[in-house]
Structures are given as structure tokens and as C-alpha cells.
Ligand binder design. Structure first.
Ligand SMILES: [Zn+2]
Ligand SMILES: [Zn+2]
Ligand SMILES: [Zn+2]
Length: 275
């Protein structure tokens, strides 16, 4: 959300041009844009996360203004790797960041191994928080004003379950999340009569809210309403105002059709109104 859709034309990184592979033997597109992902490096998951951060001007400017941090050494510090990434344009190879992640997580993100992009993004942001607040605050409900992880992405959520019949409210846990995961969103939007032919990004937030409370019905302890199906609805209150909403879409298939993707993307607006 709040993404800049522009994709700039970038110069080739020096290490790309100076590599053993002759630039003349490469396709011109390889020289001017994109993120390096050499055969066997399996860096597509990391490149996806870097691409998301790259396009967030708010994130980049915030990072560029920061220097003080708890450094774990240039070969393993995610903060330093990201600074290199964003301040030394147009270096495209995320290899420094990849090496830093491999050093930080002995059981994940090892060189050459495939991994999950969404989890990679969360771990990058989690490491940034660690470097910036120097372990003085846990990630939950971080209030450090200079922590771009939580000021930009942090969603403080209060869960509760409510009975629409008698008004009973059962408080739930409070937690912080960096990504909001939504499943069955396309079905919900179609149920609301929205598709590619009649896109309506204004109600995208309403669709998000509806799927967040769906499929979690419990019997009300006060009125017992709902019979076997229960009637308590899950509600999540957003208590903070992050600058950016990172949305993770959960599909019921690992190969969603082009039509499904088109229908959903046509309704994703740059601003989300939840009310
Ligand atoms: Zn550092
Ligand atoms: Zn933080
Ligand atoms: Zn009730």
C-alpha cells in the first residue's frame, strides 16, 4: 500500500559488469534493471522483499536519516547491509544483505537455499528494530520514535470477540504485527459484487475487515446464542497508525489464475479506508 508504482531504469552495478561473464554476451535488459539472481543463488525470495522496501520512499528516507545503531559487524549487520543497498544506488546485487541474513540466522536464509519471501521481509524488519532500539524494547508495542520498522509498518492490534445478539464482549490478546495476512479476500470482494469490470478500491478496506472477522465463530458464554455454530465474531482493533500497510495475500492455490489475480489487483487502492 502507498506504493510508488514507478520502476526506474538503473545503471548496471560495477560487479555485474566486471564479472567473468562478458557484458556483451548478456541481454541488454540484464544490464539496465532488475535484481541479480545468479543460477544457484536462489535469491528470488530476498529480492522480492528488497523490491518491496525499495519502492517505499518513506522507508528509504527514514533509513537514510539514521546512522546510530547497535552494529553487529559489517558482514552480519542487516542495518549496514540495508544502508549500502539504499544509499549506494544503483547497486542491484543484494548479496551483502543475503550474507548478513545468513550470518544472523544459522537455520534459515543460508546462501544458495530457497526461503519464504514474506518471512524474510519480517525478519529483515525485525533485525532493523533490534539494531535501532538496542534490545531495550521488545518488538511488541515498540514506542521508539526512530524505529522505522514499527513507525512505518507496526500495527498494534487488540483482539476481542463480540456477540452481536446480546452485546457481550470478550477481550483478547494485544499484539504487534508487521504484515496483515488476509485469506479468501477475492471471494469476499466478489461476494460484495466487486470485480475487474467494476473495480471499487474504496471498499477494499471493508473487504479486508470482513475477512479478518470471518470463520471464527464461537458460542456466546452469556446468551449461549448461535446454537452449534456459535455467534461470537472476532474483531481486531487497530490501535496504531503505521505509515504503510503491508498486506500478505493468502491464496487457497499455489497457482491462482490470471483472472483471479487481475480481479484482485484491480481493486487494490493506494489508500485503504477501514471504516
Ligand atoms: Zn551495522
Ligand atoms: Zn521497533
Ligand atoms: Zn451473546
Amino acid at each position: 500500500m502507498a506504493m510508488d508504482p514507478a520502476v526506474g531504469i538503473l545503471e548496471p552495478p560495477p560487479e555485474f559488469v566486471n564479472s567473468a561473464q562478458s557484458p556483451n554476451s548478456m541481454h541488454p535488459q540484464q544490464l539496465i534493471k532488475g535484481l541479480a539472481n545468479d543460477p544457484g543463488s536462489n535469491s528470488c525470495f530476498l529480492n522480492s522483499a528488497v523490491q518491496l522496501l525499495w519502492h517505499q520512499e518513506l522507508f528509504q528516507t527514514g533509513l537514510n536519516q539514521l546512522t546510530s545503531h547497535l552494529c553487529s559487524g559489517h558482514r552480519s549487520c542487516v542495518f549496514c547491509a540495508l544502508k549500502l543497498r539504499f544509499s549506494d544506488r544503483p547497486t542491484l546485487d543484494a548479496g551483502v544483505l543475503r550474507s548478513a541474513l545468513a550470518a544472523q540466522f544459522s537455520d534459515r536464509f543460508q546462501l544458495g537455499e530457497m526461503d519464504d519471501s514474506a518471512e524474510c521481509l519480517e525478519q529483515i524488519l525485525g533485525r532493523l528494530h533490534f539494531h535501532l532500539v538496542r534490545q531495550q524494547q521488545p518488538q511488541q508495542q515498540c514506542t521508539a520514535g526512530h524505529c522505522i520498522t514499527h513507525r512505518r509498518f507496526g500495527m498494534d492490534i487488540q483482539e476481542e470477540r463480540a456477540c452481536p445478539r446480546c452485546g457481550f464482549v470478550q477481550p483478547g490478546p494485544r499484539f504487534t504485527q508487521l504484515t496483515h495476512y488476509a485469506g479468501a479476500l477475492l471471494s469476499q470482494l466478489r461476494h460484495m459484487g466487486i470485480g475487474r469490470a467494476n473495480p471499487s478500491p474504496d471498499v477494499f478496506g471493508l473487504g479486508l475487515r470482513k475477512v479478518a472477522g470471518a470463520g471464527d465463530l464461537r458460542a456466546c458464554p452469556k446468551c449461549g446464542g448461535g446454537g452449534g455454530g456459535g455467534c461470537l465474531l472476532l474483531r481486531r482493533k487497530l490501535l496504531s497508525r503505521p505509515d504503510l500497510l503491508c498486506l500478505g495475500l493468502v491464496w487457497d492455490s499455489d497457482r491462482p489464475s490470471g483472472a483471479d489475480l487481475g480481479d484482485l489487483l484491480a481493486n487494490v487502492g493506494s489508500t485503504v479506508t477501514f471504516g
